[in-house]
Design a protein around this ligand. Sequence first.
Ligand code: CA
Length: 221
Amino acid sequence: MASQLLASSDVLTYVSDHSRAEDEILRELREETASLPMGAAMQVSAEEGQLLALLVKLTRARTVVEVGTFTGYSSLCMARALPDRGLLITCDVTDRWPAFGRPYWKRAGVDDRIDLRIAPATAVLDSLFAEYGPGSIDLVFIDADKAGYAAYYEAALMLLAPDGLVVVDNTLFFGRVTDPDAQDPDTVAIREFNRFVRDDPRVEMSLLPVADGITLIRKTS
Ligand code: CA
């Protein structure tokens, strides 16, 4: 599956060459992840990791929630961008993949600001609402099962402070959103999600044709 839709491989190489290089820790985690089944397709690109870190800094986020840890590459990028007493809460349904990332979090010295929870995302988001309350979170990154996006988005809006940011990954879903023959549940869920967000009066949004489609959503009320 192609991970990029609009740019030629020459342009992608140029983008990569003109982005900051990964340090050794990120590079090694990327390489270890790429050796796993579906690893290369499922982890965020180096450029997307940089964008996530930049967004954490631009929003001056102190508390970030990530839905979908996988091997913890994006977790590491965002945790590093947090201020000293910042917190990243990340969740996945199995510890199998985050277990790869944990040693890298420790090597980077940010394991103490990452709260990994192994449970279904809706249960984690519910418990965060109970623990932290409404308006307590600055940024939510959604990158998990596509059928769950609508529910995660609603929970994110409840958790987010006004002006808080939701970042949603894979909103072009390898280009399948425009393929009329693609009627699988994940693609259908992404199409419905994209329409819903476009028309949602509670937010401002921008669907970026970067990587596999990244939608930025600002909570306005
Ligand atoms: Ca993804």
